[in-house]
Write a protein that binds this ligand. Structure first.
Ligand code: GCW
Length: 708
C-alpha cells in the first residue's frame, strides 16, 4: 500500500517536473487570436484574478453555456486559474455575471449588442439576447488579452450590420475555389456521422468577431447540396454552429428543380418550379430550424439563371423569397454579372442589369455587391451600384481570400482595402453618404443589412496558409460588426492577441501591416492599373491578349498602346463615370486632378504627360514598380527586428514567405516595366537599374509557372 502510494507520488512528481522542463510547444497557429497564453506579468494576472473569481450563469441556454465555458477556458489559460461557473453570486463580489433578456438592463441596445460594465463590484456582461452575451464575453476576453484594466469597464457595442457572414467557395469534392490554405474545412464524406472538432473551433473564432452566418458552399454551386443526403450533412454542421450564434446558408444552383427535381424547367414564374422551391425550403427548415437562407450567383460567368427563361434577376430572387416567406430566412442575390459583349465596358455591366430593378425586389431580398465594379482588384473605385439603388438593400461582398493579392505567399493586410471602400462618399443622398452608410442601412433606411467576406480558411493547420492572413479574417469580422474601427486599432488588437504583447514589436508589426497593401499595389497594379492576369490570378501576364472573351484578357484593362496607357471611362471613352453621382464624377473625370491611385482606371494618359508629382507618366509608373518591390525588402528588415518577440515557428514561416514575396515582387516589376517599355519607348529612369532579364525571360517564367 505504502509502496503503491510512493510510486503514485513519484510518477506525479515526474509529470510535474517534465511539464516544467519542457520547452514551450512551437505555435502552429491553430489557436488563432484565441490563444489565451498565460499573462507573463504576475501582478497583472493577480489583478485580473481578483475581478474574475467566479462566473455566474443562471441558465441552460446553449449559447450562454458556450459563453461561460469560453470565459472559463480563457481565464484558465490567461491567469492559470480554474474559475468556477456558479448559478448565483449571492452576496459574493469579484466575479463575472452573464445575463441576457429583458432584465439585463440594456433596453437601449440592439438585439445583439452588449454592455460589459462594473455593477455592484462584479463585472456584468449584459445583452438582450444570448448571442449578445456571447459577443460581450469575447469582448471581455479581448480586453484582458490586450492587457487593459478591468476597473471602470465600459465596453458597449452594437453591431452596425445585421447579417455578418463568411462565404465559403467550397465544393463537394473538398476543393475550394480560390482557396490557398488547403482543402475545405468541411469533410463532406465524414458528415453527418463524424464531427471534426475543428468545426467548433471555427465557430468559436467567428463568434469572437461577431460573425453570425456562414454560407458553406461555393456560389458556383452544385445542386447536390440541396439533396436529402447533403442537407443532413449541412444540418450536422448547423448543430455545431448554433451554440455560437451562427446560422448556415446555402448557395443554390438555380436550375436545381430540373437537375435534382426532375422538372422540365427552372423558370421562376412556373408554378411547379415555385412549388418545388417551397417544398425544398420546407424540407430544409425541418432539418435546420434556424436556416439562414439562400445565396445565388445567377446569369454570371456561365452560371444559369432566370434570364435563361426570359425573366430578370428580381423574378428569380422574389421566387426564392416567396419560398422563404414562412420562415426567418433571406435571399442574398449577387450582382456580380457581366455579359460577353466585346463592345461593352465590364465596369458598367452590373448597374446596367440591376439599375432598372431598383425597388422591384421582395423585402426578404438583399442584393450582394462586390466592393468594386470589376472583381476584387488590389485597388478599385467603389461599385457604382452603391450610389444608385436607394430602394434595394445592398450587401457588401469583400474578398478575404487573396485571389488577386498574392494567394498565401504575399503579406497583404486587407483592412485598409475594406475601409477605403466603406469610407468613400457616394453622394447618393448628398455629401456624407459613404458606402458604409449605404450598407449599414442608415442612409436609405434598409430593413435588412449584410456584409459578407469570401473566406480564406482551409484545412491547413493554421487555417489561412500565411500566418499573417489570419489578420484578414479577423479584420473582416471586426469591420462587419463595426465599420468605424480603424485599420490600425484592429491590427494592433490582432497582433497583441496573436503574435506578441511586446510594445516595440507590436508597433513594428502593426506598421508593416498597415503599409503592406500600398506596397503590393505599387509593384502589382499601381496608379489604377487592373487585372494584369489571364488564367492564373497570380503570375503577371500584362501581355495576355488571347481568350474566348475580351474581358478575360489583360490588355482589355490597361489598353497600353504607343500613345499611352489606361482605360478611358470619360465621355470620350466608355463613359462609365456617368454611373456615379456628379460630385464623384467631378473628383475623377479630369485627368489633371484625378488622384493618382485612380488615374488609369478612368483615363488613357500619354506616356510623356507630366503629372502632379512632376514626373512623366512613364517615370511615375517606374517609380511605383521599383519602390514597391524595394519595399518588400523593407518589410523583411522589419520582420527581422521582431525575431525575439514572436514564436520561432511563426517567425520563420513569415520570414520565408516574405523572401518569396520579395522575389515575386521583382518578377511583377520586371514583367510590367519590360512589357510597357515596348510602348513607352523610354529608358528606365535613374536611379533605378534596368532589369537584368528580358521580356522573353519573364514570359518564360510565367510559362513555367503555368505548367505546374
Ligand atoms: O473573382 C471571380 C473568380 C471566380 C469566382 C467569381 C465570383 C466563384 O475568379 O472564381 O467564382 O469571381 O465571384 O463569382
Amino acid at each position: 500500500m505504502h509502496c503503491k502510494k510512493l510510486i503514485g507520488f513519484l510518477s506525479f512528481l515526474l509529470i510535474v517536473i517534465s511539464s516544467y522542463a519542457k520547452p514551450p510547444l512551437p505555435d502552429d497557429g491553430y489557436r488563432l487570436w484565441l490563444k489565451y497564453d498565460r499573462i507573463s506579468d504576475a501582478s497583472k494576472r493577480e489583478a485580473y484574478a481578483r475581478s474574475a473569481q467566479f462566473i455566474v450563469l443562471n441558465s441552460s441556454s446553449p449559447i450562454l453555456k458556450a459563453a461561460a465555458e469560453e470565459l472559463q477556458m480563457g481565464l484558465q489559460g490567461l491567469l492559470g486559474k480554474n474559475v468556477p461557473i456558479i448559478a448565483s453570486a449571492g452576496n459574493r463580489t469579484g466575479g463575472v455575471v452573464l445575463t441576457s433578456g429583458s432584465n439585463a438592463g440594456v433596453q437601449s441596445m440592439n438585439a445583439e449588442g452588449y454592455q460589459v460594465t462594473n455593477r455592484a463590484s462584479n463585472i456584468v456582461v449584459a445583452s438582450k439576447t444570448d448571442a449578445g452575451v456571447l459577443y460581450g464575453t469575447f469582448a471581455l476576453l479581448r480586453h484582458i488579452q490586450t492587457l487593459q484594466p478591468l476597473n471602470a469597464l465600459s465596453l458597449t457595442s452594437n453591431p452596425k450590420v445585421r447579417y455578418r457572414m463568411l462565404n465559403h467557395w467550397d465544393n463537394t469534392n473538398g476543393t475550394i475555389e480560390r482557396g490557398y490554405a488547403g482543402e475545405s474545412l468541411w469533410k463532406w464524406y465524414e458528415l453527418p456521422e463524424r464531427l471534426d472538432p475543428r468545426y467548433r473551433d471555427y465557430a468559436r473564432a467567428n463568434a469572437s468577431l461577431g460573425i453570425n452566418g456562414t454560407v458553406v458552399n461555393n456560389v458556383n454551386a452544385s445542386a447536390r447540396f440541396l439533396t436529402a443526403e447533403y442537407l443532413q450533412k449541412v444540418a450536422a454542421l448547423a448543430n455545431v454552429f448554433r451554440p455560437y450564434g451562427i446560422r448556415v446558408y446555402l448557395s443554390v444552383y438555380f436550375p436545381a428543380p430540373k437537375v435534382i427535381g426532375g422538372l422540365k424547367t427552372a423558370d421562376p414564374l412556373d408554378s411547379d418550379v415555385r412549388k418545388w422551391w417551397a417544398d425544398k425550403t420546407k424540407e430544409i427548415y425541418r432539418l435546420i430550424p434556424d436556416f439562414g437562407g439562400y445565396l445565388v450567383k445567377a446569369n454570371s460567368e456561365g452560371e444559369p439563371g432566370p434570364q435563361d427563361y426570359g425573366r430578370n434577376h428580381a423574378d428569380g430572387a422574389n421566387m426564392l423569397a416567396e419560398a422563404l416567406k414562412p420562415y426567418d430566412g433571406i435571399v442574398l442575390w449577387r450582382a456580380f454579372v457581366y455579359k460577353a459583349d466585346p463592345k461593352a465596358d465590364r465596369f458598367k455591366a452590373a448597374l446596367d442589369e440591376f439599375g432598372d430593378l431598383d425597388g422591384k425586389f421582395d423585402p426578404k431580398v438583399i442584393v450582394q455587391v462586390k466592393n468594386g465594379p470589376i472583381d476584387f482588384q488590389p485597388r478599385e473605385p467603389f461599385s457604382p451600384l452603391f450610389g444608385k439603388m436607394p430602394k434595394t438593400p445592398l450587401a457588401m461582398e469583400f474578398q478575404i481570400t487573396q485571389e488577386y493579392l498574392g494567394f498565401a505567399t504575399h503579406l497583404v493586410y486587407e483592412a485598409p482595402i475594406f475601409k477605403e471602400c466603406l469610407e468613400t462618399d457616394t453622394y447618393a443622398g448628398g455629401k456624407g453618404s459613404s458606402v458604409a452608410r449605404v450598407v449599414d442601412g442608415s442612409l436609405h433606411g434598409y430593413a435588412i443589412t449584410a456584409m459578407a467576406g469570401v473566406a480564406n480558411t482551409g484545412s491547413d493547420r493554421n487555417w489561412t496558409g500565411h500566418p499573417m492572413a489570419q489578420a484578414n479574417w479577423y479584420a473582416f469580422g471586426r469591420l462587419a460588426w463595426d465599420h468605424t474601427l480603424s485599420s490600425e486599432a484592429i491590427a494592433r488588437e490582432w497582433v497583441n492577441m496573436t503574435l506578441t504583447t511586446d510594445p516595440q514589436a507590436v508597433k513594428r508589426i502593426t506598421d508593416l501591416m498597415l503599409r503592406s497593401r500600398e506596397i503590393y499595389v505599387n509593384y502589382n497594379t499601381p496608379m489604377g492599373l487592373s487585372r494584369p492576369w489571364a488564367g492564373v490570378h497570380f503570375a503577371p501576364e500584362p501581355w495576355q491578349d488571347k481568350s474566348p472573351r475580351p474581358d478575360w484578357t489583360a490588355v482589355y484593362y490597361h489598353r497600353a498602346d504607343s500613345t499611352g496607357l489606361g482605360f478611358d471611362r470619360t465621355q470620350t471613352g466608355s463613359n462609365a463615370l456617368a454611373q456615379y453621382s456628379p460630385e464623384v464624377q467631378k473628383k475623377w473625370n479630369n485627368p489633371e486632378t484625378c488622384p493618382l491611385p485612380y488615374l488609369l482606371w478612368f483615363h488613357h494618359v500619354p506616356w510623356t504627360k507630366k503629372l502632379a508629382t512632376g514626373r512623366t507618366l512613364w517615370d511615375e509608373l517606374c517609380t511605383h514598380f521599383y519602390t514597391g518591390a524595394d519595399s518588400v525588402g523593407w518589410m523583411q528588415q522589419q520582420w527581422v527586428q521582431v525575431k525575439g518577440a514572436v514564436d520561432p515557428e511563426t517567425y520563420a514561416n513569415v520570414a520565408g514567405r516574405l523572401a518569396t514575396q520579395h522575389k515575386e515582387a521583382i518578377w511583377w516589376r520586371d514583367a510590367w516595366v519590360l512589357y510597357l517599355q515596348q510602348y513607352a519607348r523610354q529608358p528606365i529612369p535613374a536611379p533605378f537599374k534596368k532589369p537584368d532579364r528580358t521580356l522573353d525571360d519573364v514570359k518564360q517564367l510565367v510559362h513555367i509557372y503555368l505548367m505546374r
